[in-house]
Design a protein around this ligand. Structure first.
Ligand code: SF4
Length: 527
C-alpha cells in the first residue's frame, strides 16, 4: 500500500494542477474559464488525498468547487482502488453533481468511472413486505389504504428501480412504511435476497461505483456511533473510502441530530398505531389476535398525546419553533412505564409467532418502542452529560412535538468519527467560517465561539487547511500544518499576526472541524 501511495507521489498533484491550467484538458470543456482559485483548491484536495490528511476549504460561489474536488477524487479513487463518498446537504447539489459535473468529467477525463446516488433503504419497495401486506391487508389497512396498497402492487410490476422517486404520486406514508425495505426485517432468515429485490439491485450498482453521492443525514445514519467508527480499521462506509463533504457548513448540525436523541410524537404514535390503531381497529396485534396487546396499545395512543400535551403546556414557543429546556423533569413521567409494558408484550407475542417475517416486524417495533422509552427517560432526567435539551414543533402545521438532545460540543465526536488518523476527509463550503445560525446560538452551543461572530471574511477567499491529526507540538511543521488564506486583496505573501481577524476566523474554522484552532499559522498567498 505504501508503495502504491509513493508511486503517485507529487506527480499526481502536478497532473491535477495541469488539468485545471489555462491550456489543460479542462480548457476543452464548453464555457471553460481559467480560475486560479479552482486550480489551487483542486491541488490542495489532491495533496490531502495523496498524503491521507484532512482538508478544509472555504471557497466562495463561482470558484467551481465541485469540479475542483471531483477531479482529484475520481483520479485518486481509480488509481488507489478506493471509493470516493461525496456528501451534500441538498438534493439540488446532488443533481448538479450527477447530471452536470459527472457527465463533463466523463467526457474529459482519460479514465472510465461510474458514479451513483446512494438513497436510504426506506426509499425502496420491499417485494417481500408488499406480498405480506397484501396477504394481511384486511387486518392491517382501512379501505382507502387497501386501494393504495393495490396501486403500489401495480406500480411494482412496471417500476424501473422500485424507489420513491419513480412514483408519480407520493404514496400514503402509513402504507409505504409497511412495504418499504427495512434493515432489521431484511435478514437471511426472513428473505435471503430475492432476485427481484430493488434494494439489493441498487446496492450492487453502488458497489460497482467509484464515486457515491449521498446526503449528510443518511451518511451520519450509516456511520453509526463514534465507537463503531473508532473500531474501523480503514475507511468510513467501505474499506478504503474517503469522504468529501460539500455544503459542509451543515455538517455539525446534521451530526448533532444524528448522534443526539430525537423522539418525535408523530413517530411514536405511528409505531404504536402499527401495533393497534383504536380508530381503525387494525394492526399487528390484530393479526396475532392478542387482546392484551390491543388494550395496551389502545391506551398508549391516548397517553402519548396526553404526555406531549403536558410538555407543550410547559414550553414557551412565542419566540419560535424551539424551546430550550434547562432543568430536568419538565413534566411528570407518565409514559416510560407504559412503554416498558408494551415492549414486554411485544417480546411475548413475537416469541409465539412461528412466522419469521411477522416475528421480525414485531421485534423491529419493539426495538423502536425501547429506543423511544430510553430517549424520553434521558430527556426528562437530563442524564446525558454535556448535552443541550430542547423541544421542537414539527410537522407541516407544527402540530406535533419532538424532544431533542444533542452534544454541546460536537467537535470531539467528529474527531473520533470523521477526523480519524489514516483516513481522508475534505470539507468544503462557501460559508464555513462565518456561520452563526439562530439555532446554534439559541441552544447555547459552545462550538461557535464568540470569535466566530466577529470574524467575517470576504467571500472571494479560499481557506484551505491541510492538517494531520493529532498534531504533536514537537512534530509541528509550518508546511504540513497550516491554514492558507488566499485573498484577492492581498497581492503579496504575509504571515498573519496571531490576533488578526483572518487568523481568528481561520482558527475558528479549524476549531469547528477539528476541535482546536489555536495552533495554526495563517498565511496569505498572492492571487
Ligand atoms: S432482501 Fe430485504 S429488501 Fe429485498 S425483498 Fe428481501 S426482505 Fe425485502
Amino acid at each position: 500500500m505504501i508503495a502504491l501511495k509513493d508511486s503517485i507521489g507529487t506527480e499526481f498533484v502536478e497532473r491535477v494542477r495541469v488539468f485545471f491550467s489555462e491550456n489543460g484538458p479542462l480548457s476543452k470543456a464548453k464555457n471553460f474559464e481559467f480560475r486560479l482559485q479552482q486550480q489551487e483548491m483542486a491541488t490542495a484536495v489532491a495533496k490531502a488525498l495523496e498524503e491521507e490528511r484532512h482538508l478544509v476549504v472555504e471557497a466562495g460561489t463561482g470558484v467551481g468547487k465541485s469540479l475542483a474536488y471531483l477531479t482529484p477524487a475520481i483520479l485518486f479513487a481509480l488509481e488507489q482502488h478506493k471509493r470516493a463518498i461525496v456528501s451534500t446537504h441538498t438534493i439540488n447539489l446532488q443533481e448538479q453533481l450527477l447530471y452536470k459535473d459527472v457527465p463533463i468529467l466523463k467526457k474529459i477525463l482519460p479514465v472510465e468511472f461510474e458514479a451513483a446516488l446512494m438513497k436510504g433503504r426506506q426509499n425502496y419497495l420491499c417485494p417481500r413486505r408488499l406480498e405480506r401486506a397484501l396477504q394481511q391487508s384486511n387486518e392491517l389497512f382501512t379501505g382507502p389504504e387497501q386501494n393504495e396498497l393495490k396501486r403500489l402492487a401495480e406500480w411494482a410490476r412496471t417500476t424501473r428501480d422500485g424507489s420513491l422517486s419513480d412514483l408519480s404520486i407520493e404514496p400514503d406514508p402509513k402504507v409505504w412504511v409497511q412495504v418499504c425495505s427495512e434493515s432489521h426485517i431484511c435478514t437471511g432468515k426472513t428473505c435471503g435476497q430475492g432476485p427481484g429485490c430493488f434494494y439489493q439491485q441498487a446496492r450492487k450498482r453502488l458497489l460497482s461505483s467509484d464515486v457515491i453521492v449521498i446526503n449528510h443525514t443518511l451518511l451520519f445514519m450509516l456511520l453509526g456511533s463514534p465507537d463503531q467508527q473508532g473500531e474501523r480499521e480503514s475507511g468510513y462506509l467501505f474499506p478504503n473510502d474517503f469522504i468529501i463533504f460539500d455544503e459542509a457548513h451543515t455538517v455539525e448540525q446534521v451530526a448533532s441530530r444524528q448522534i443526539g436523541i430525537g423522539i418525535s410524537q408523530y413517530g411514536l404514535r405511528s409505531t404504536v398505531q402499527r401495533l393497534y390503531n383504536p380508530r381503525t381497529r387494525k394492526g399487528l396485534f390484530t393479526v396475532m389476535r392478542d387482546a392484551a396487546g390491543v388494550r395496551l396499545a389502545a391506551d398508549l395512543v391516548d397517553e402519548v398525546d396526553k404526555f406531549f400535551a403536558a410538555v407543550e403546556s410547559s414550553c414557551d414557543f412565542r419566540k419560535g419553533r424551539e424551546f430550550r429546556v434547562r432543568a430536568p423533569e419538565i413534566v411528570r413521567d407518565t409514559i416510560t412505564g407504559r412503554l416498558t409494558a408494551l415492549q414486554s408484550r411485544i417480546a411475548e407475542v413475537a416469541r409465539r409467532a412461528d412466522d419469521e417475517f411477522l416475528k421480525a416486524e414485531l421485534q423491529e417495533l419493539g426495538r423502536r418502542i425501547r429506543d423511544a422509552r430510553d430517549g424520553i427517560a434521558i430527556f426528562l432526567e437530563q442524564c446525558a452529560r454535556e448535552y443541550v435539551y430542547w423541544v421542537e414543533r414539527t410537522g407541516k402545521t407544527a402540530q406535533f412535538l419532538s424532544l431533542n438532545a444533542a452534544p454541546i460540543d460536537i467537535a470531539p465526536v467528529l474527531r473520533r468519527m470523521i477526523f480519524r488518523e489514516d483516513c481522508s476527509c475534505v470539507m468544503t463550503s462557501a460559508t464555513l467560517s462565518t456561520r452563526v445560525t439562530r439555532k446554534r446560538s439559541s441552544i447555547g452551543s459552545r462550538i461557535l465561539s464568540k470569535k466566530r461572530k466577529d470574524a467575517p471574511l470576504s467571500s472571494s477567499r479560499i481557506i484551505a487547511a491541510c492538517i494531520r491529526w493529532p498534531i504533536k507540538w514537537r512534530n509541528f511543521s509550518r508546511e504540513r500544518n497550516s491554514i492558507f488564506l488566499y485573498k484577492e486583496a492581498a497581492p503579496h505573501e504575509a504571515v498573519c499576526s496571531s490576533n488578526s481577524r483572518q487568523h481568528r476566523a481561520a482558527s475558528s474554522l479549524a476549531r469547528t472541524a477539528f476541535g482546536w484552532g489555536w495552533m495554526f499559522r495563517a498565511r496569505r498567498y498572492p492571487m
